[in-house]
Design a protein. Structure first.
Length: 546
RNA sequence: GCGGCUGUAGUCUAGUGGCAGGACGGGGGCUUCCCAAGCCUCUGGCCCGGGUUCAAAUCCCGGCAGCCGCACCA
């Protein structure tokens, strides 16, 4: 049976990419340990991501706690929206989404239960009686402090850590928009039934960017044009240039296109073929509670079809507005842009108002601020009484009104584990060589977990000595090197092919005569002879390090 | 979470009440001048817990995990 998922996962377990977590105590679904090769590969994928987003695009990378206090997730909507109302059949135990079953657009207990009672809804499986509505929240709950009185949640996304730091970040960027903030870290979701290997995990790694932008400037992004496969919410799949997609209104604004281009560039640069990538727009009813437009980058897989690996959401001002409301902190940004005419503002003089109006002074001051300006005094209404306030009790200032906004957020959110899996699946290749099966992981140099393997052609102490020296030298120059002298040379090549090592350096008897070695290429199996002193530079070049 | 099927060395697999076998892999050795060759040798396993039985990897119950379907999937 030609099941690539099975083959890739078997290889991952066997060669030390992935192991089921807690194995000796019994595995738990939705958790995986990364072995040495998997860890190296994952780190390299993330490092490439940083090269693009943090180093080249200049987004600020921050790192915030994985536990959040309750307020954060009450404000963000995760406490209410990440909760599903459920009912259980008292007879057969099946569990259903209560709101779906009752066909109501509400998650309130009373509304759902009333509907279930009225319509006489019973278990769709066995017709049994249904339980009361109960709630399941996808967030892991914990408590903070020795008394456990402060509720905390393991974050379901890294994004909130960025939003709640918005003011600091904005000042850090010297109060200018737009700017991007990146974060790489773990997120946690207590999935009801995780399956499918790395596709649905309970603890996973996200690489997220929150790109803050003036809502009126979403269309001024410039980007390099590229043809992508787009699947709009209404309409058919189409291969189209991003510039055209923007001009035809398929994409809401050019910032979407800019981020799509970056996502595509990243995915292809780690080795996912461009023709296996598409962007699919969410329908209104499948959108997350915070999003008002969302395009998923999906990668085609053999077993699961198109799999979402990156979510690109226009979160609008949802998050900043929500935190502003909940925290009472003003998160608006003054654009400094003047709006139309000058505006006159009344400033009460408290030092004069106080002695005269005593306890009413405060109310009068408030009324003055909101009062309409008039020459020669202002009439204000306080406690139902009209009072004329002479000019000496206030100052009038003319100011220019500026445009204040809540920035909008464009969020590309990468699932590192899913990306690693789809990469492996596309890299996995089998071919026949001399009647034998050769398994090759065609992962690009620089992303593959091992950079180069070094071998003595045969187990001869002169060759072994030189090989070890070469391996040591390459290691000190930052390469991930594997040294191997066991078994036949062919076996050693195959071993490296299977874990994706792009280059093998072999020391042979010719080396003893002219100080040259061979570099053997994983993909072509061809060899190239180089002098030992040129080896390091040659490899660095092949790995794209210089 | 529900239902069905399944769980034997690192991986793949045979065995179905009576001593758990193989292949590949891995370690050591021999051999070997370039693609999983060969020879010798070692290593290592019945998912966990309970029950039935003189005897359980095998039968029963529970748990855990995997696969398929349903539900769920920000």
């Amino acid at each position: 049976m030609n099941d690539k998922y099975k083959k890739v996962m078997e290889l991952c377990r066997r060669r030390g990419f992935l192991w089921p977590s807690f194995e000796i105590y019994g595995e738990v679904a939705g958790f995986w340990d990364y072995g040495p090769l998997g860890t190296s590969l994952k780190n390299r994928i993330i490092e490439r991501w940083r090269e693009i987003y943090v180093k080249r695009e200049g987004f600020y990378e921050i790192d915030t706690p994985t536990i959040g206090v309750e307020d954060v997730f009450v404000a963000s909507g995760h406490v209410s929206e990440f909760t599903d109302p459920l009912v259980r059949c008292k007879k057969c135990g099946s569990v259903f989404r209560a709101d779906h079953l009752a066909e109501v657009n509400s998650s309130e207990t009373e509304i759902i239960e009333e509907r279930i009672r009225k319509e006489g809804i019973s278990c769709p499986e066995c017709g049994g009686e249904l339980s009361n509505v109960y709630y399941f929240n996808l967030m892991f709950k914990t408590s903070i402090g020795p008394e456990g009185d402060r509720v905390g949640y393991l974050r379901p996304e890294t994004a909130q850590g960025i939003f709640i730091n918005f003011l600091r970040l904005f000042r850090f960027n010297r109060e200018k928009l737009p700017f991007g903030v990146a974060q790489v870290g773990r997120a946690y979701r207590n999935e009801i039934s995780p399956r499918q290997g790395l596709i649905r995990l309970r603890e996973f790694t996200q690489c997220e960017v929150e790109y803050f932008v003036d809502p009126e400037r979403k269309d001024s992004a410039s980007f390099e044009d590229v043809e992508l496969l787009l699947l709009p919410a209404t309409g058919k799949e189409i291969k189209i240039s991003l510039k055209k997609a923007v001009s035809e209104g398929m994409l809401a604004h050019s910032l979407m296109a800019y981020h799509m281009k970056l996502i595509y560039e990243f995915l292809t640069s780690i080795g996912i073929p461009g023709n296996a990538i598409r962007f699919r727009q969410h329908r209104r009813d499948e959108m997350a509670h915070y999003a008002n437009d969302c395009w998923d980058a999906e990668v085609l897989t053999s077993r699961f079809g198109w799999v979402e690996v990156v979510g690109l959401a226009d979160r609008g001002d949802y998050d900043l507005r929500a935190h502003m409301r909940h925290s009472q902190v003003d998160l608006r940004v003054d654009t400094g842009e003047e709006l139309g005419e000058m505006k006159r503002v009344v400033r009460p003089r408290m030092s004069k108002l106080g002695p005269v109006y005593k306890e009413r002074a405060k109310k009068i001051a408030e009324a003055l601020k909101n009062a309409e300006f008039k020459d020669g005094g202002i009439i204000v209404e306080v406690d139902g009484e009209k009072i004329e306030i002479p000019e000496e009790f206030y100052e009038v200032e003319e100011i220019k009104e500026t445009r204040k906004i809540i920035p909008h957020v464009i969020e590309p959110s990468f699932g590192a584990d899913r990306i690693l899996y789809v990469l492996l699946e596309h890299a996995y290749d089998e071919e026949e060589v001399n009647g034998e099966l050769r398994v090759v992981l065609r992962v690009p140099p620089g992303i593959a977990p091992i950079d180069v393997a070094v071998f003595p052609l045969v187990n001869d102490e002169r060759l072994v000595k030189i090989s070890r020296e070469i391996a040591e030298d390459l290691r000190t120059h930052g390469l991930q090197v594997e040294y191997d002298e066991g078994g036949s040379i062919g076996r050693r090549y195959r071993r490296q092919d299977e874990i994706g090592t792009p280059f093998c350096v072999t020391v042979d008897f010719e080396t003893l005569e002219d100080e040259s070695v061979t570099i053997r290429f994983r993909d072509s199996m061809k060899q190239e002879r180089v002098k030992i002193k040129e080896l390091r530079d040659r490899l660095l070049k092949l790995l794209g390090r210089c």
